[in-house]
Design a protein around this ligand. Structure first.
Ligand SMILES: Cc1cc2nc3c(=O)[nH]c(=O)nc-3n(C[C@H](O)[C@H](O)[C@H](O)COP(=O)(O)OP(=O)(O)OC[C@H]3O[C@@H](n4cnc5c(N)ncnc54)[C@H](O)[C@@H]3O)c2cc1C
Length: 351
């Protein structure tokens, strides 16, 4: 049987491993962390990912634990100025789900364990040689050989570096921040709220009836949110910078890249994890089919499309003045006309 290595136990690596099991292959998956990540980074799960999860047998577990985001609201200091319904589509699968990334990862890892594959924690890939095969990989100081390798090792990918590939693009200068909070009182878990000041924006995404994620284009999401939330417990706050980057080449010889190792963009629109899940599923399917030569071109095009969408979303949300007022007015009209609202919701959720 082919010796297959997946580097990285994030959502991309876990999906790739599970998809390979689905095709009757048995990879190894190494993760440099000593334990699963407790971080709730990506919360939005799109229907395209649910389609993959259903195929891999974990869709029900995800749906059972996720909340459905039924509408997007825009608030200003004076209160709500827009409500866009997101759950109008008669197809119940055209929905945006919200689940903390650590829970999604736990479900994937559990399913892998049920299929007899354990994520190898505290196992770091330190380098890689001879991508034309057999690929030589150093894991915790020991050299091992593999027939196929997937670098799903995130934005600072060692695999990408070993291949000499540079993710092309740019870094945004602003500090962004997140806050993961438990609230004192339950809230409606079905509304994603965008709170806009003159320059600052906070996105509040519910993860449960009393747990929310704030993301802001300022360095302190909680302070930018103001006094509107009764916070019982701050699980985590953090700052981050946004890179908008993509590798020109997704595959060299028998080594491929997927997920954040291949692309990064802003969290606006919540697409990063979903794109990695799609990379992973396609890589596994192509490996099983013997069509890996088409992987790079196909995923590069998909990545470019998603980065374009995410960048236009980021610019639309963050521009000020007349353009923003106009786009709000247009959205207000759209949200009042169900067929139009349905089309916009499909675009938000499915594009
Ligand atoms: C604040 C924030 C909010 C976000 N919200 C969303 C959202 O709502 N929806 C969405 O789709 N995306 C969102 N994202 C993006 C999303 O979190 C990432 O796109 C996603 O985690 C990428 O998954 P990955 O598996 O490719 O990489 P990662 O999650 O980074 O996983 C890579 C793994 O590889 C391991 N690793 C690294 N190097 C090595 C090595 N040398 N050897 C072994 N293991 C290694 C790491 O420890 C890590 O566990 C958000 C990101 C942020 C920061």
């Amino acid at each position: 049987m082919a010796r297959i290595l997946i580097v990285g136990g994030g959502p991309t690596g876990l999906t790739a491993a599970l998809a390979l099991c689905h095709h009757g292959l048995r990879p190894r998956i190494v993760e440099k962390r000593t334990t699963p990540s407790p971080l709730s980074r990506a919360v939005g799960i799109l229907p395209s990912s649910m389609e993959i999860f259903d195929r891999l047998g974990v869709g029900k577990q995800i749906r059972d634990r996720a909340v459905v985001i039924e509408r997007m609201e825009v608030h200003r200091e004076g209160g709500k100025v827009l409500e866009l319904p997101l759950a109008l589509d008669p197809d119940p699968d055209v929905r945006l789900l919200s689940l903390p990334q650590d829970e999604t990862e736990a479900i994937l890892a559990e399913a892998l364990a049920e299929r007899g594959i354990q994520v190898e924690y505290a196992a770091a890939c330190e380098g890689l040689d001879n991508p034309d095969g057999p690929v030589e990989v150093t894991i915790n100081g020991i050299a091992e050989t593999f027939d196929e390798v997937l670098g799903a090792d995130g934005s600072h990918s060692v695999v990408r570096e070993a291949l000499g590939i540079v993710a092309e693009g740019f870094d945004l200068p602003e500090d962004w921040s997140i806050a993961d909070l438990d609230l004192a009182e339950p809230i409606d878990p079905h509304a994603e709220i965008h709170l806009r000041g003159s320059h600052a924006v906070v996105f509040m995404v519910p993860m449960d009836t009393a747990r929310v994620r704030l993301v802001s284009n300022t360095s302190d999401a909680l302070a930018t949110m103001g006094d509107g939330l009764d916070v019982a417990n701050i699980r985590r706050t953090g700052e981050f910078r946004i890179s908008v980057r993509q590798v020109p080449t997704y595959r060299v010889g028998h080594v491929a890249l997927a997920g954040d190792a291949a692309h990064q963009h802003s969290p606006v629109g919540g697409r990063g994890m979903n794109l990695g899940i799609a990379d992973a599923a396609e890589w596994a399917e192509r490996l099983a089919d013997g069509t890996l030569e088409g992987y790079g071109a196909s995923r590069h095009a998909a990545g470019r499309h998603t980065i374009g969408l995410s960048e236009s979303g980021r610019k639309a949300f963050l521009t000020g003045g007349l353009r923003r007022s106009l786009s709000l007015q247009v959205l207000k009209i759209v949200s009042a006309v169900p067929p139009l609202a349905r089309r916009v919701a499909r675009r938000v959720i499915l594009a």
